[in-house]
Design a binder for this molecule. Sequence first.
Ligand code: C6P
Length: 421
Amino acid sequence: MAAETATWPASPVNDYDVARIRADFPILSREVHGRPLVYLDTGASAQKPRAVLDRMTGFAETDYANVHRGLHLLSGQATDAYEGARERIRAFLNAGAVEEVIFARNTTEAINLVANSYAGAFLSAGDEIVISAMEHHANIVPWQMLRDRLGVVLKIAPVQRDGRFDLDAYADLLGPRTRLVAVTHVSNVLGTVVPVDEVIRLAHERAVPVLLDGSQAVVHQPVDVTALDVDFYCFTGHKLYGPSGIGVLYAKRAHLERMPPWQGGGDMIRSVSFEKTVWNDLPWKFEAGTPPIIEAVGLAAAIDYVEAIGFDAIARHEADLLAYATERLDDLPGLEIVGRAPGKAAIVSFTLDCAHPHDVATILDRKGVAVRAGHHCAQPLMDLWDLPGTARASFGLYNTRGEVDRLADALHHVRRLFGEA
Ligand code: C6P
């Protein structure tokens, strides 16, 4: 079996009205250092359309109250809006039931929930968890904490130097002690789309459950958790053109029913006495304390917004941007793109031989171009590949070819400044 990668749909864009879409994002009309902003850091966090901002403000102005607690009208309306958002997310992921959709603060918290509750309860010393070499720290550190607590063993599936996930090597890691696979769906550094169908199939053949970190995936294409048959799927609202402070854990009901709660407090209980507490039903068993109410409503609005444009159109537009950016950046002497897996998402990490990634990002910023630089919370990958970090341009549904030109021009400027080493 060769190393493989999955592929986004891609064909030329002609009917995509990017100017109209940009008009939906108030921040995109601002200037940075006296120049029009070129925002190429959507992989870190996406900008928010007016529809999301208005929905959140409108809800706060007229409908806001705490949920599940009050008998008054507003609390009932807020509860309906909050639970309505859960249903919206269920439909977005094509989950079987709303009980399988848990709100968390972000992907990081969703993964910590699974690590503490599922793995904390059902794994023991010597059990193995398979992750990959291109994981974000959010999908490394919780398992390391569990390793220190329980003595579980972490196995690392390698990534090929061009960024492809190595399915053969991954399959070889699955053994009699493997109890969980936890890998990213799309790499935030390399843009690699992991062949998750195969990852899941191979794990399920051995009755091993799979967690996917969908942070960088749900923003580029529809995800169907039922068709994937994935056990746990996590994503974060702020990368999906929604607010920060909210994320989602999808989990199969059979797992959730067995799992103990991981945080205690209000809302996650049915009854409490000093002697005995009875947990609430799903999904609230995993939502202790006042949840991110306005943020849930905002996330539902973000999903409405993205789906109204349509993932087919977004994927085609982003594939066009990726192809154009790759072509322009390949023209730059001394620039090396890190991650060239076929069918990758619109994320371009690169190094320049004449300048450190931090210097690159600082100079680009002076030109109005916002990119991220550093280890991108994937330090083990940087160490493995002996990189000081990379600069990273990550594209969203509002970016344009003109912005790719601004990026390329600014990179030529960096080369001139640093003496074209
Ligand atoms: N990556 C980036 O610039 P949170 O912080 O929990 O919302 O998302 C964490 C996370 C988990 N997995 C992947 C694949 C991610 O890309 C991220 C966030 C940002 O790449 C910020 S570090």
